[in-house]
Design a protein. Structure first.
Lengths: 483, 483
């Protein structure tokens, strides 16, 4: 049994700071009171333990209260990406069968062309309080969150993350990173991503402050790191780069109390690591995904340069191996096991098993060196990682192919200085069609970060004998004149 | 599944220091090599996974190697108290049905009048190595250790401590105490007690150095605390007192790197706490027992004086309540639940359930105050805690009653400046019998710390209507003239 996180934490350390945002802060006791108030109001509209709701909002204290309110109430939360289009949201709402869609007031426009039942944060605040008893202990296998991630087919799958998944992840992490009573984790990662949500989980398990940012403010973040008002931060490569630039501008270094930059969402360029060393910024590269409730492996700061490019070793309770019994140095599919791995999906993908013989098949290619360090050499299913967001080519290709004048389309990632990678599209059309028209078409149907940054019109797409699209050949076209 | 602790730890951080003893030290890789060597030799005498052995030794590096060797080999270890008499040991060996009794060479004399099969450490070192594969992952429910603890009946019961019990205990503790990569835990507690053994478990889970002492050397310990060469220590009250005296002698204070004195095995006098504050020694009082694989509740250092006498709040994954739905401040039996609680006993007590409705009935009386802090007001079953060792009056009474000229006997604890408490006996005899004769009789049958320090000859013992011995009345006799 796992304690209802916030209830137990508020009992143990009621007066510690749980959350800060700008000049405001809340203790665990205050956070609990906010959460219980929301949970009691949700009971008044008959949301009972185990019911599923969908939640959409920005990184605000109200969003954190709402998340904890739903958790205390024992609801399963579908965490919706607030950058999705109304069409994409509608799809996930339908697939998840969420009983109610809870949405932050500032996103209410997203409900306009949507037929799903919704309630804004302020509508919930006006509900009557229904005095309720909230379960103090959870079954480890109960679903806490559901996060959608696209797969090779282009249809997003709702990944279940259980109480045990989240808890194990936080515990494995603490054995690797350590824990100090003065720790404070700066959160600029989206809360609807596992990278951000897992910070909230660590907060309640560790009794640790979360310093929440609504937006990525590089200058302000750099200042906090140098003052030591925060001790940990999670970033993607582009975020690290922007923080470094700010520190370099004023020639500052990290405060000695600052302990960890947890850098995920794709590889970190060597140049950033060297610049981090100069700024006394300990960068730990990590490898994780939605299906593993955050980190599976993490490279320690002392190994950052010696093992540059590596995602490190698994956290204590996790296991990693390369498929087909590959030996040290041989490349194969990366397989993952451990208490942090999802038991499976919901909705249309619910019958799909997430595991084969107990192992999660990541689709990523990698190898383990002779010292046991993991290297990822190619991302799963031609995945494009753009500023930490996962983009699956198939999803964009499906949209493009639905245009009446597009015969076929292929998407791949193109290197980008700011975002690491951006999607670009190769299209075969039957009549004249402009890039502007295609862009416009996509913007209505895809979150803006998924809209191809460039459209290349070609006569045909590279396919293999069984007619499978060769996306890697598309990549080589980017470097040649064939496009 | 839980990783085979040492194998996983040596994979993750092979070069960190695992153990030091005097001027010697071993990395996790070296510790693993010692353990694998022993495990491979044990396989040669057909000790297979799940087999049960008994282990007796002092706090030496060889003992740590042997413990880890048995753990790597997947054996269940009966941890024998090396202060027991040959009779007590024989009883536990028989009850546990241990396949082999492994004993440190310096204790070989204990095997003289014992018919159980044994092997000394040096005999094991001469065994041939049998190349073996060791299971890398354990079922959480598998038994790791068995520790005997006496109960109300006076017959010691072998308590099972599973992989999950030990692991949960270490994880709960880290959420409370924090963890730093420079942490080093000084171990002077016996390794056959959960207080000492749990330090070894934390070491492999945390990747933390254990600084092992064979004996309690107060001066040397005080010096290490003041130099900051260790950061944590577990003590009982009498140990804390001796450390404080050493620090006071030279008017020293703890190094700022030193973080925790974990003080268990009974209440800590207020005077010690005040003296600790002066020495900048953060003392955390804790409440635990063999059945809970170390700490159930721990009082934080900042609450040490404000909540003096309290055992604090439960660790994150644990639960405590007072029986019969007692409200804040009302005294009742302390009940404990959580992943750290034993699933039960072995041997003669194996059919006894350790839990009632999922709760361990500690037998201790206590209350929880209105802020949720636990106070123990009376120890279970008239338990006598003497220098951290648990002594059950019934066990001594059984021995005394077996003397042909003793009609009946009652034992209780008497306050003692050095040990906290010592056992004293009230006996009714049919003819003249001297205290010396009784002392001699006990010494052959009981570990010396259990031998009553004083014998009072009385006409009859205090009993209630149903003839139950009233040990608490004995205690009042100690303060009066009735004895």
């Amino acid at each position: 049994m796992i304690p209802n996180w916030l209830l137990q934490r508020a009992y143990l350390t009621p007066n510690r700071i749980a959350l800060s945002f700008g000049d405001e802060q809340w203790t665990f006791q205050q956070l609990k009171e906010e959460a219980i108030s929301i949970a009691s109001k949700l009971r008044s509209i008959d949301l009972q333990e185990g019911d599923r709701i969908a939640l959409l909002g920005a990184s605000s204290p109200e969003m954190v209260f709402m998340i904890h309110g739903c958790l205390v109430a024992g609801l399963e939360i579908v965490m919706l990406n607030n950058r999705l289009t109304t069409e994409e949201i509608a799809w996930q709402l339908t697939d998840s069968e969420a009983k109610v869609w809870i949405i932050a007031d500032e996103f209410q426009n997203l409900t306009a062309q949507n037929e799903n039942a919704f309630m804004t944060f302020s509508m919930i605040q006006t509900l009557p309080i229904k005095e309720s008893h909230f379960t103090e202990y959870w079954e480890p296998s109960r679903t806490i969150t559901i996060m959608y991630t696209s797969g090779t087919t282009g249809f997003p799958k709702g990944v279940r993350q259980t109480a045990d998944n989240h808890t194990s992840s936080a515990l494995s992490s603490v054995l690797n990173l350590g824990l100090d009573e003065n720790d404070c984790w700066l959160c600029t990662m989206p809360l609807f991503h596992i990278s951000g949500f897992s910070i909230l989980v660590r907060s309640v398990l560790y009794g640790m402050e979360v310093r929440l940012y609504e937006k990525f403010d590089a200058q302000s973040i750099a200042e906090e790191i140098c003052r030591g008002t925060v001790t940990r931060i999670s970033v993607v490569a582009t975020g690290l780069q922007r923080i470094l630039s700010e520190m370099e501008k004023v020639d500052s270094v990290a405060d000695p109390m600052f302990r960890t930059v947890l850098a995920g969402g794709g590889p970190i360029p060597n140049d950033y690591l060297e610049r981090s060393t100069l700024r006394q910024l300990p960068v730990l590269q990590t490898y994780g995904m939605t299906e593993t409730s955050s980190q599976t492996a993490t490279l320690s700061a002392e190994d950052a340069l010696r093992k540059s490019g590596s995602a490190g070793k698994p956290l204590f309770f996790n296991r990693i191996k390369i498929a087909d019994g590959k030996r040290a140095g041989e490349i194969g599919e990366v397989l993952v096991a451990g208490p942090h791995v999802t038991p499976g999906y919901i909705g249309h993908a619910s019958s799909k098993s997430s595991l084969v013989d107990g192992w999660l098949q990541t689709g990523d290619l990698g190898y383990i060196d002779d010292e046991g360090y993991l290297y990822i050499v190619d991302r799963r299913s031609d995945l494009i990682i753009s500023g930490g967001e996962n983009i699956y080519p198939a999803e964009i290709e499906n949209i493009l192919a639905s245009h009446p004048r597009v015969l076929e389309a292929g998407v791949c990632g193109q290197e980008d200085k700011e975002w690491g990678s951006v999607p670009v599209a190769f299209v075969v059309v039957d009549t004249d069609l402009s890039a502007e028209e295609l862009d416009e078409f996509c913007r209505h149907r895809l979150a803006s970060y998924k809209v191809p940054k460039r459209f290349y019109f070609v006569k045909q797409l590279p396919r293999n004998a069984s007619n499978k699209l060769l996306r890697r050949t598309l990549k080589t076209w980017l470097d040649s004149d064939e496009k």
